[in-house]
Design a protein around this ligand. Structure first.
Ligand code: CP3
Length: 345
């Protein structure tokens, strides 16, 4: 029996959508917090294959999600390219930055990333041995634009201002950074698939701040190159693209990139996404993650709404963005029970 997520990714409309959740291994779970404390800090957890596999498995054991996503981070790639990376508690990531041609030239060659990322591939190997046979293993990387915004600013920013400024002031350098990241992402994902990842997802969390021709050149085109190259290397490999907050730019994203599934965030309604995006292929999404904090009737109602809106085509149920640390684990169970009991026929 083919796994449900792979069936949806192949374009099948299922009576009940398969379900998983962005950031499903995370701080809202007491067992995650305990394992993280054992590892020391977040990055030590990412680079400890046994413990990273353990936290990946925790939400599978607790909830029986249809997919597990590798526990790692999109910022491990710039670290593997030679930037310093650390996390400030309560604030988020910090990186040494790229501001000049010399900074770009000082990065390690793409072929050297595996020296740093070896433990991540080991995590994938453990997971592909230990996951239940019905659970799909998803590997991932950040999209070049989103990863570049952190490398240029040295941290997360609200409006990605420093990256937009570099794009305006030194487009050659900006595009050079994106090219390195595009090639690095392909090599990183290749090793994940060789280690056992069955699907890859490309997270472009800040795609929504690119407009017009910039969206085409810096969100769509890198996603197309990565998707096409991964499919050339691994015929039949399903790819999920997540150009978050792309709005109208979600339309046509499947066809323009070759991605099997486009993940949509909750700034668009499920009815709109069904009409404009699901017509071209599988869609993943898009319950607002705030319902995992607030729960109750609204959670049930909105979960049913998402399931029904996408019931006429291939759909993978998910949140519109990652679950937050203040979420209640019982609300996650309520969402899953609601998805699995909603009758759409
Ligand atoms: O979805 C998953 O559970 C898989 C693992 C995963 C993590 N980060 C673990 C993580 C994935 C797929 C990511 C992606 C990621 N990382 C993105 C793109 C998706 C998105 O959320 O928009 C981005 C922008 C990052 C960069 C990053 N990592 C930030 C900005 C932060 C700090 C904010 C925060 O939530 O604390 C992280 C830390 C991070 N990555 C945590 C986890 C579980 C929290 C670390 C902790 O335990 O303190």
């Amino acid at each position: 029996m083919t796994k449900t997520i792979l069936r949806a990714l192949a374009g099948e409309t299922l009576p009940t959508p398969p379900i998983w959740m962005m950031r499903q291994a995370g701080r809202y779970l007491p067992e995650y917090r305990a394992t993280r404390a054992q590892a020391g800090d977040f990055l030590s957890l990412c680079y400890n294959p046994e413990l990273a596999a353990e936290v990946t498995l925790q939400p599978i054991r607790r909830y029986g999600f249809d997919a597990a996503i590798l526990f790692a981070d999109i910022l491990l790639l710039p670290q593997a390219l030679g930037l310093d990376l650390w996390f400030v508690t309560g604030e988020g990531p910090r990186l040494s930055t790229i501001q000049t041609d010399a900074d770009l030239a000082a990065l390690k060659p793409v072929a050297a990333i595996h020296d740093t990322l070896g433990p991540v591939y080991e995590t994938v190997k453990i997971l592909s041995r230990e996951l239940p046979s019905e659970t799909t293993l998803i590997g991932f990387a950040g999209a070049p634009w989103t990863v570049a915004t952190y490398m240029i600013a040295g941290r997360g920013t609200k409006d990605q201002g420093p990256a937009h400024a570099l794009k305006a002031e030194n487009r050659k350098l900006f595009e050079g950074i994106l090219d390195v990241l595009t090639q690095g992402t392909i090599e990183y994902l290749t090793k994940q698939v060789e280690a056992g990842a069955e699907v890859v997802k490309i997270f472009d969390s800040w795609a929504g701040s690119l407009e017009g021709d910039d969206f085409r050149k810096y969100a769509l085109e890198p996603a197309r190159i990565i998707t096409q190259e991964m499919k050339a290397r691994f015929p039949g490999l399903p790819v999920i693209a997540f150009p978050r907050q792309a709005g109208e730019n979600y339309i046509g994203f499947h066809a323009a990139t070759g991605a099997d599934c486009v993940a949509v965030d909750d700034s668009v309604t499920p009815e709109w996404a069904a009409e404009h995006v699901q017509v071209s292929g599988c869609v993943q999404g898009n319950l607002a993650s705030s319902h995992m904090v607030t729960g109750g009737d609204a959670l049930v109602r909105e979960t049913q709404r998402v399931v029904k809106a996408f019931s006429k085509g291939p759909h993978i149920f998910n949140l519109g963005h990652g679950i937050t640390p203040d979420a209640d684990p019982e609300n996650v169970q309520l969402m899953i029970d609601t998805v699995r009991s909603t009758v759409t026929a």
